[in-house]
Design a protein around this ligand. Structure first.
Ligand code: IFM
Length: 522
């Protein structure tokens, strides 16, 4: 090749990259399980309230999610039965094994294990989770446990106001202690809080998640904001979650990671936290929009990751929230800093961010007002009918976490495609989504991201946090019209199983199996 042709080709390549709006590298289109490291884990997940049902069986007490659902947020729907996972877990675990899952992420219901919130352990609850974990392991599936997935025991909410009180820190650590003691010989991966940020702003600013608190004029929920203070409560709750994480990690290190009287057998597990993370693109390349984009990331993930990596909240949060965001004492800051073994992220989509300085002029501001941005959503941000497929958003997010927070160990705890729950098993949009995002993940790994695992959300269609039974993300459909709540694989379950079992995957899907299943199912 002559020099001039070579230079021309290089120029062409450069133009193609720029033409792609700087949107990161191309996403790998064809890949197989073997392209990922052997010790990388692929799994799927659920959470207790969303699948178990049996809400008052065998000694379980109500959690704040039961109360939230029964208050009418889901127009009468609730998790009283959900997928009946409490009774059907044996067949469910068989299904996980048939699908080829290497790991399964689930949460323990605090109010099933310790119905009073603190004090005596419920033997039936203990048996259930022991058997659940044993079965996963005997089927070759790693258990990844979440301790709190929006479901604080209601008794603690009633007693002292739940996570608004520092008392919750002590009770949470005691609950974690029980879990480490009882299950830590088999469980290595512990996530303290699922979507700590959404729990704080969804539950205490917007009122769209348990416990559904908000103050006028800020809430977004279906129920009126009759209780709460959107201007300060999200910050107080987040602060307590961080202190609880720090104390839990200390407890694990002191009591379970070194030989001592209370724990003669050393545990070698990992304790982390999970946050919800969008990728944000600036609306324009103006300094204002670029700063707004950085600010949005600080408010979403920096809120938790900055204290954990650097010992304090992002400067811009402290500036904009003023005295509504708590301060860390010197000792707290030292304890919070570094108190994680991994970060879990839940990533679904990418949004565009525009500067919105006028919100800072408001006399009273909620957390979103402090963020001073307009997040541009196409349709309903929380329950759209389908997510746009933006795999480069995941690549950019992983790269951002690598650059900004020193390449911490990451688990992608949730990623998946939303769809209306209408009984269809041919879910091509979900296949397209999973195929694209797993390809993007491979690119990110090749780019040096320290991501250690990926969990497709969700294993079943379950009781959804933001849409009850109206929407689903499941690889498997649960037939709500059948009293047996029979599970049926969707096309995406076949696709994921093919990938996990070593097939070469492209975007093209063979739907022969799914068609057969569909006709026998309906
Ligand atoms: O179902 C929820 C889950 O409980 C938390 N992350 C988002 C999912 C989909 O909305």
């Amino acid at each position: 090749m002559s020099n001039s042709v070579f230079i021309l080709l290089l120029l062409l390549l450069l133009l193609m990259v720029i033409g792609n709006n700087g949107r990161s590298s191309t996403v790998v289109d064809e890949y197989r399980r073997d392209d990922f490291p052997v010790d990388f884990v692929f799994g799927s997940g659920t959470s207790a309230y969303q699948v178990e049902g049996a809400v008052l069986e065998d000694g379980r007490s109500y959690s704040i999610w039961d109360t939230f659902a029964h208050a009418g947020y889901y127009s009468g729907a609730n998790g009283d039965v959900a997928c009946d996972g409490y009774h059907k877990y044996k067949e469910d675990i068989q299904l996980m094994a048939d699908t080829g899952l290497e790991a399964f992420r689930f949460s323990i219901s605090w109010s099933r294990l310790i119905p009073n919130g603190r004090g005596p352990v419920n033997i039936k609850g203990l048996q259930y989770y022991n058997d659940f974990i044993d079965r996963l392991i005997s089927h070759g599936i790693q258990p990844h446990v979440t301790l709190h997935h929006d479901d604080l025991p209601q008794l603690l909410e009633d007693e002292y106001g739940g996570w608004l009180s520092r008392n919750a820190v002590k009770d949470f650590v005691a609950y974690a202690d029980v879990c480490f003691r009882e299950f830590g010989d088999r469980v290595l991966h512990w996530t303290t809080f699922n979507e700590a940020n959404v729990f704080a702003f969804g539950g205490y600013d917007l009122g769209i998640a348990p416990p559904g608190q908000c103050s006028y004029p800020f809430g977004l929920g279906a129920i009126n904001c009759t209780k709460g203070d959107s201007t300060s409560e999200p910050y107080i709750v987040a602060h307590h979650l961080l202190l609880a994480l720090a104390s839990t990690v200390r407890l694990y290190q002191k009591k379970y990671q070194s030989i001592n009287q209370s724990c003669p057998a050393v545990q070698h597990g990992f304790v982390g936290i999970n946050v919800f993370a969008y990728w944000f693109e600036p609306y324009t390349n103006t300094v204002e929009d670029l700063k707004a984009t950085e600010r949005a990331q600080d408010f979403y993930v920096g809120w938790f990751l900055n204290p954990l990596v650097n010992g304090d909240y992002p400067e811009i949060m402290k500036k904009n929230a003023g005295n509504r965001i708590p301060n860390f004492t010197k000792l707290e800051s030292e304890r919070v800093k570094g108190s994680f073994d991994f970060f879990g992220i839940n990533h679904y989509n990418t949004f565009v961010v525009k500067d919105n300085p006028s919100s800072l002029e408001m006399k009273t501001r909620d957390y979103y007002g402090d963020m001073a941005t307009t997040l541009i959503f196409d349709g309903n941000p929380f329950t759209p009918s389908e997510f746009e497929v933006v795999p480069w958003g995941l690549q950019k997010l992983l790269n951002y976490l690598k650059e900004k927070y020193g390449n911490p160990p990451i688990y992608i705890h949730e990623n998946g495609q939303i769809q209306p729950r209408n009984g269809t098993l041919i879910d091509n949009p979900r296949v397209e989504y999973l195929h694209a995002y797993i390809g993007a993940l491979l690119d990110a790994l090749r780019n040096g991201s320290n991501t250690l695992g990926y969990f497709a959300w969700s294993f079943f269609d379950l009781f959804e946090l933001l849409g009850g039974y109206e929407i689903g993300y499941g690889l498997y459909c649960v037939d709500l019209d059948d009293k047996e709540l029979t599970r049926y694989p969707k096309l995406s379950a076949h696709w994921y199983a093919g990938f996990l079992k070593g097939k070469n995957m492209s975007g093209i899907v063979d739907n022969t199996d799914a068609k057969e299943t569909l006709s026998s199912a309906y």
